[in-house]
Design a protein around this ligand. Structure first.
Ligand SMILES: [Zn+2]
Length: 174
């Protein structure tokens, strides 16, 4: 039996406990649990009735830092990147971060072309400062790995990609 409380509900002294029991068979359950009271989400992996792994970081941790001025569709991309990360779909995660980067540059009036050229133009137009430009270039490299190459992405670097994407979006839309 696996029992889990929603931490946000617990804080408010609400009883909202999930009980899961698998009686037989060889199964692994993997996904995201959402509390329907406060929408709090947490990733979960249950392996043969045993709570195998629960990521410490909670979804929404990075996307909640996005400035209100960042367009909603781009915010959605970052939220989806976080979801992909919790589901351990690392390539999908960095691909979403890269997409957010590209869309945000287009939103800022830079014509859709090769992403490196777009970043260069953003820097020349002072939309990105030197630090953010370097960040964004790093993100592009991660994104390329996610999209084009058959390379393995390390979970730590994937987390960093989301962090970098949020920094860069806040800089672009400040
Ligand atoms: Zn809750």
């Amino acid at each position: 039996m696996v029992e889990l409380d929603c931490p946000k509900c617990l804080e408010r002294k609400l009883s909202n406990r999930l009980k899961l029991e698998i009686y037989e068979g060889n199964y692994e359950i993997r996904g995201v649990i959402r509390c329907l009271i406060d929408q709090h989400e947490r990733p979960i992996v249950i392996n043969k009735n045993y709570l195998h792994q629960l990521d410490e970081s909670l979804p929404g941790e990075q996307s909640s830092r996005l400035l209100p001025s960042v367009p909603d569709d781009i915010k959605d991309d970052i939220r989806e990147a976080e979801r992909a990360n919790y589901a351990q779909c690392y390539k999908a995660c960095v691909a979403m971060c890269r997409r957010a980067l590209q869309l945000s540059l287009i939103e800022k009036g830079i014509a859709d072309k090769n992403l490196s050229a777009m970043l260069q133009e953003a820097k020349e137009r002072n939309l990105l400062n030197q630090d953010t430009f370097v960040f964004a270039t790093t993100l592009k490299i991660y994104g390329d790995k996610g999209v084009h190459k058959n390379e393995k992405l390390e979970p730590e670097k994937v987390k960093l990609a989301i962090y970098v994407a949020v920094q860069m979006l806040n800089e672009l839309f400040k």
